[in-house]
Design a protein around this ligand. Structure first.
Ligand code: FES
Length: 64
């Protein structure tokens, strides 16, 4: 999922809860937690989820 979003120009995946600054995928291997999204109603690391048609994705603090 994270790679698909990056390939389509989506860099900001969430906002920092403390500073409110945009955050995006960093490690792309499940370590940094910077890519956390709500995917099909579950909070998950986008870099560990394979994208498929029909998924519901939202970015915490950002427009869908
Ligand atoms: S980019 Fe680091 S956990 Fe997903």
């Amino acid at each position: 999922m994270a790679s698909l979003l990056l390939a389509n120009g989506v860099r900001a995946l969430r906002r920092s809860p403390r500073a409110g600054t945009p955050r995006g995928a960093f490690c792309l291997m499940g370590v940094c937690q910077e890519c956390v999204l709500t995917i099909d109603g579950v909070v998950r690391q986008a870099c560990l989820v394979a994208a498929r048609d029909g998924m519901a994705v939202s970015r915490p603090g950002l427009a869908a």
